[in-house]
Design a protein around this ligand. Structure first.
Ligand SMILES: [Zn+2]
Ligand SMILES: [Zn+2]
Length: 354
């Protein structure tokens, strides 16, 4: 019945059943609540939240798009077979809310309005941008470009953000990357860290096209076909979701236990993103990043089973987990596998890796 992807409700099932019963001459049939419940149960039908909308034209174009994506994968796999995997990269921009909330909370049944306290309400809707870059052999490349939203960039901007070694901070009025920043990223951040003759897979954003023109062929670029990123771009397919989950959990934990810490201030945001990038660069997550390439169709062999950063850094904390100073553990460092309290990890900017 959903072959045309239209919405279906209980009412539609009842109407169809009555029509069918009528056509069969089953005059005693009643489409009761009980019948409906049993019918849905028997056929595995449940109510689902709609999380994508498409037009008829998009459905009609899908086979063509699938072919284009498959062609791109074949081409990319050939490139990957001829080159060392640490030379092959995927980079993508992702927007991070200035203050992340989980959007859900436990509350007493019947409570009418479910409020949650944050530092600045605006900060839960305004975003900054992180340009993440990973290699096909599973490494996260640091530092990452971070573009903060600054209507007027203060004089102290650079000085304030200098201690956060995993990011290179820039700012625009919107918090979005501009084409000029695309060029800056390629020249000043990507190339110095990617080594000789890198191969880069990116989406069809104009900023990358401009960067390629300026670059005169030193970086071999492969542009993903339009509308293919959700299935063919490694960072979209698996990295961004665990990345945001980690940020959300880290933010919630700080908000709960250290309410004086200003999460949505410039340094607060830098702290969150700096920690997250630092932890995701640990070797223990190489298989997770390789999995993203596998799930996007670039490897035939599935990498080893892996633990997510949330599991490694937070779920590992038990009742008796203590920092070296004796205080209760706030996090497990994914690099050195030691417990740290908030003070010694967040405030001291723990950095056991280079
Ligand atoms: Zn401590
Ligand atoms: Zn460590």
């Amino acid at each position: 019945m959903r072959s045309e992807l239209e919405e279906i409700h209980d009412r539609d099932l009842i109407d169809s059943a009555i029509k069918a019963a009528d056509e069969l001459g089953l005059t005693n049939f009643k489409a009761s609540e009980g019948w409906l419940h049993a019918f849905k149960k028997k056929n595995g039908i449940v109510s689902r939240k709609i999380n994508a909308v498409v037009t008829k034209a998009q459905i009609a174009n899908q086979p063509e798009l699938d072919d284009t994506i498959e062609e791109f994968r074949v081409k990319m796999k050939a490139v990957m077979a001829e080159n060392r995997l640490e030379k092959v990269f995927n980079a993508d921009q992702t927007g991070i809310k200035q203050e992340m909330i989980s959007g859900r909370t436990l509350a007493i049944k019947g409570e009418k309005k479910i409020k949650a306290v944050v530092k600045r309400v605006n900060a839960t809707t305004h975003s900054y941008t992180v340009q993440v870059c990973v290699s096909a052999d599973g490494k996260l490349i640091l530092p990452a470009m971070v573009v903060f939203c600054e209507p007027k960039r203060p004089a102290c901007f650079e000085q304030q953000l200098l201690p956060f070694k995993n990011i290179k901070a820039y700012s625009t009025k919107s918090g979005l990357m501009t084409s000029q920043l695309g060029i800056t990223w390629l020249q000043d951040i990507f190339k110095p860290n990617a080594g000789e003759n890198p191969i880069l897979m990116v989406d069809s954003w104009t900023g990358y096209q401009k960067a390629i023109e300026e670059d005169e062929g030193a970086v071999q670029m492969h542009i993903l076909p339009p509308k293919s990123t959700s299935v063919a771009q490694p960072l979209d397919v698996y990295f961004n979701r665990p990345f945001k989950n980690f940020i959300r959990l880290l933010s919630c934990k700080i908000r709960r236990f250290f309410p004086d810490f200003d999460l949505s201030s410039r340094q607060g945001m830098a702290t969150i993103i700096d920690i997250t990038l630092g932890q995701f660069s640990a070797d223990v997550f190489n298989d997770m990043i390789r999995y993203a390439w596998f799930a996007s169709g670039y490897f035939d062999e599935r990498p080893e089973k892996f633990e997510t950063p949330v599991t490694v850094c937070f779920d590992s904390i038990k009742i008796d987990s203590k920092c070296g100073c004796g205080k209760r553990a706030f996090i497990t460092c994914a690099h050195c596998d030691h417990f740290y309290c908030f003070h010694h990890f967040v405030k001291d900017r723990h950095r056991c890796y280079v």
